[in-house]
Design a protein around this ligand. Structure first.
Ligand SMILES: Nc1ncnc2c1ncn2[C@@H]1O[C@H](COP(=O)(O)OP(=O)(O)O)[C@@H](O)[C@H]1O
Ligand SMILES: [Mg+2]
Length: 247
């Protein structure tokens, strides 16, 4: 994945100030930084849920570019095609409350990919088993723990057979032990070669599981490094100041 000079402002306030980044296939990249520095906006711009003002994103075989001109229907079609191969998981689970866990996982493949019912169901059960939820497939999200709901949300994203997964603080609504269950699923996906970008406040996870960590501040990438290097020898004073609060 290649991101070049991504810029985004809201009402004249610069939120992304020229983000460039490359992510290798199979890499697990963590993005850290203070609240409000643009992490969520960056993730949303990567799959064009949010329209960047300027910049380029190349991933999963698509190249999307913005240079301030009009966003055309053909551009939206490309964004749609890109999104179909990029799974996204949010802090707040965002499951459909009135559908069972299984139906939550089945919905997108059935509607978007028009997958045949029996096959889609078989695949959904395989994914629920993978995230440790086969036994609760028939229950409604509200009856599950937060950790189970987030694992269901991951299974739902995986049901579209994404090539890249984006996570926006997937564990920040969870108690530590429930967070650990979710992080375990991400580790497993990493071992299977999934490309993953994770915005996280879990410094222990970021350090232990990431191939690389990006530190953002005020809409820019301040520093990117291998985890041990970033944690033991951060070069920028802003990175040092940020990491100090987790000591
Ligand atoms: N849709 C929006 N409209 C206006 N301002 C926004 C919008 N989304 C984000 N912002 C602003 O952009 C800045 C960065 O937000 P965000 O990307 O959510 O940061 P982070 O995820 O790092 O906490 C914040 O000042 C936020 O208020
Ligand atoms: Mg955020």
């Amino acid at each position: 994945m290649l991101v070049r000079d991504l810029c985004k402002s809201f009402d004249g306030q610069v939120v992304l100030d020229g983000i460039s980044l490359s992510v290798a296939a199979g890499e697990l990249l963590s993005i850290i930084g203070p609240s409000g520095c643009g992490k969520s906006t960056l993730l949303r711009c990567l799959n064009f849920l949010e329209l960047p003002d300027r910049g380029e994103v190349r991933m999963v075989g698509h190249a999307l570019r913005r240079d301030g001109g009009r966003w055309r229907r053909a551009d939206e079609a490309s964004a749609h095609a890109l999104r179909a191969q990029v799974g996204m998981v949010f802090q707040a689970f965002n499951l459909f409350p009135h559908r069972t866990v299984l139906d939550n996982v089945l919905l997108a493949p059935r509607v978007v990919k028009r997958a045949e019912r029996g096959l889609a169901r078989q695949e959904a059960m395989r994914l629920l088993d993978k995230v440790g939820l086969a036994a609760v497939a028939g229950r409604h999200p509200g009856t599950l723990s937060g950790g189970q709901q987030q694992r269901a949300a991951i299974a739902r994203a995986l049901a579209m057979a994404p090539r890249v997964m984006l996570y926006d603080e997937p564990t920040s609504a969870l108690d530590p032990e429930l967070a650990e269950e979710v992080l375990q699923v991400m580790r497993q996906l990493d071992a299977e070669g999934m490309t993953q970008l994770v915005v996280t406040h879990e410094m222990r996870f970021a350090r232990a599981a990431s191939d690389r960590i990006v530190f953002m501040d005020a809409g820019r990438i301040v520093e990117e490094a291998a985890p041990d290097q970033l944690f033991t020898a951060p070069t920028d004073p802003r990175t040092r100041r940020f990491l100090r609060q987790f000591l």
